[in-house]
Design a protein around this ligand. Structure first.
Ligand code: PHE
Length: 357
């Protein structure tokens, strides 16, 4: 008898172990332990036995049923774990970010400076204007209070274009100042603009290029004074060079289109190249109060509105900030130079948010 139960048990355990999925396992469970299952039937048959035999056999069958129940539960557990593992493998989601692409190219230092100028003056309420590189000589000179035979015209080695039926001689603009005129003719004050752009002079050496960049500034409003000019440009210089204590010198000068005219020098240490302190001076900006004749040429009443203007060389301030020795390298497109002095497109311009210290 006992061995008959043993045979049944080992056969059942083998089948349980071999069941390939939950459905098969459940069918097996019904076959063994269900109402009409083998074990259940064996238990029911106990009634026909003599009491002495019944007790012993009953205990044996109950124990068998418990072991099979446990074995089925363990197998179910294993099958469910397999199913879960398979699902996790199949539904795997890659939540990692791909690596950032290797940087390709860089922002040219001139472009970078133009972005910085826009950000810095933008934060002070200036808007960016632009205009044509080819100007007639009235915008470039005449309206700026530089008459035809004025020596100031000779100061700037001008590229004149061959006459092509224009009423006035055409030039490649020698400065961004024509945009003072264009803006004052088109807009009514208050005016607060900067004009970053290309300019041209017939000049070529380590510090001069026939094409270079300037940034003009113009503010026209009521009761604007030299004090506003000074505050605005000091704020700019300190933020741009990232030197909160930068010292500067405001020196009387001459431009036909400003009165008074000034030039601004920043302190500099000739030996170390350090900007902002030291006992040497570097000229960095031309500026002044807009000349009443210029206001009049633009139909602005000088008794009601005044203003200041300034102009700076973009290459020059870029060279000083980054210690770039030779102007010509800006336009040569040498990859090594661009890699060294260029900046990453992923680094935002944030000078106007205050220096990072
Ligand atoms: N346009 C002048 C130059 O090119 C600079 C300047 C601009 C000076 C505005 C005063 C005011 O040298």
């Amino acid at each position: 008898m006992q061995s008959e139960l043993d045979t049944m048990e080992s056969a059942a355990l083998a089948e349980i172990a071999a069941s390939a999925d939950l459905r098969e396992l459940d069918t097996l469970r019904v076959t063994l332990l269900g109402k009409a299952g083998t074990v259940t039937v064996a238990l029911k048959s106990l009634g026909t036995l003599k009491p002495e035999v019944r007790r012993e056999r009953g205990a044996a069958i109950n124990a068998l049923r418990d072991r099979l129940t446990l074995a089925i539960a363990a197998r179910r557990n294993a099958l469910e774990t397999d199913i879960l593992k398979a699902r996790l493998a199949a539904e795997r989601i890659d939540v990692s970010l791909p690596a950032r692409p290797a940087p390709q190219g860089s922002i040219h230092p001139i472009s970078r400076t133009l972005e910085e100028l826009t950000a810095l003056f933008g934060a002070m309420g200036f808007v960016v204007h632009d205009g044509p590189d080819i100007e007639n000589d009235w915008y470039n000179f005449g309206a700026l209070n530089i008459p035809a035979h004025h020596p100031a015209r000779a100061m700037m080695d001008t590229f004149y274009l061959k006459s092509s039926g224009h009423a006035r001689p055409m030039v490649l603009r020698t400065h961004t100042s024509p945009l003072q005129i264009r803006t004052m003719l088109e807009e009514t004050p208050p005016i607060r603009i900067i004009v970053p752009g290309r300019t041209y002079r017939s000049d070529h050496d380590a510090t001069h290029s026939p094409m270079f960049h300037q940034c003009e500034g113009l503010v026209i409003d009521r009761a604007i004074t030299l004090g506003h000019l000074k505050g605005c440009l000091m704020d700019f210089l300190r933020a741009y060079f990232e030197r909160p204590n930068l010292r500067a010198r405001f020196r009387a000068s001459y431009f036909p289109f400003t009165e008074p005219s000034i030039e601004i020098d920043i302190a500099w240490n000739r030996r170390t190249g350090e900007i902002g302190e030291g006992s040497d001076w570097l000229e960095i900006l031309g500026a002044g109060m807009v000349h009443p004749n210029v206001l009049a040429n633009c139909g602005i009443d000088a008794r009601e509105f005044q203003g200041f203007a300034f102009g700076m060389g973009v290459e020059r301030i870029t060279m000083l900030k980054h210690g770039i020795p030779d102007l010509r390298a800006f336009y040569e497109g040498d990859i090594r130079w661009l890699t060294h002095y260029g900046s990453s497109a992923l680094t935002p311009v944030a000078l106007h948010e205050g220096s990072p210290r």
